[in-house]
Structure formats: C-alpha cells, structure tokens
Design a protein around this ligand. Structure first.
Ligand SMILES: [Zn+2]
Ligand SMILES: [Zn+2]
Length: 80
C-alpha cells in the first residue's frame, strides 16, 4: 500500500524556512492545493490514469515557528 512517510513518522519533514532558516513545523496533511492550470496538466492527468494511483502525493502544510511563513509541500508516497 502507498503511505506518506511523513504522516507515518517514517521520515519527518525537515525543511528549513527559506526566509530565516528555522526548521519548519509540519502541520500535517492538507487538501491538495489547486495547481495553477496549465496546458501540461492535461497530459499529466492522462498519465496518472494509466500509471495508477492519482493520490501519489501527500500535501503537507509547513509553518515556520519563527516568522510564520507557511508552505505547502507535496510529498511523494512510499510503497510498502
Ligand atoms: Zn502526509
Ligand atoms: Zn521563517
């Protein structure tokens, strides 16, 4: 099955804040954010339909405890 390594504690997210270099806090998964539409998405969608799980990524909300910047990062799922 496909799992998110961060959600399962296998591999916590350790990403420094781009502003102040403080390690970001992982606030857990959020609904996949809306990607800006581009013509390329059409091809990718077709690929996903053929290749398998469309939920190949887990989107996490990361917040900097120091400057409050928030980031969203799509983490690759792992097959276990
Ligand atoms: Zn996750
Ligand atoms: Zn920061």
């Amino acid at each position: 099955m496909w799992i998110c390594p961060a959600c399962n504690g296998l591999s916590p997210v350790t990403v420094p804040c781009p502003n102040c270099r403080t390690p970001l806090d992982d606030h857990g998964p959020v609904e996949d954010f809306a990607q800006p539409y581009s013509p390329y998405d059409v091809d990718n969608e077709l690929d996903n339909l053929v290749a398998g799980p469309t939920t190949g990524r887990c989107c996490h909300l990361l917040v900097c405890p120091r400057c409050g910047t928030d980031h969203r990062m799509a983490l690759s799922l792992k097959l276990i």
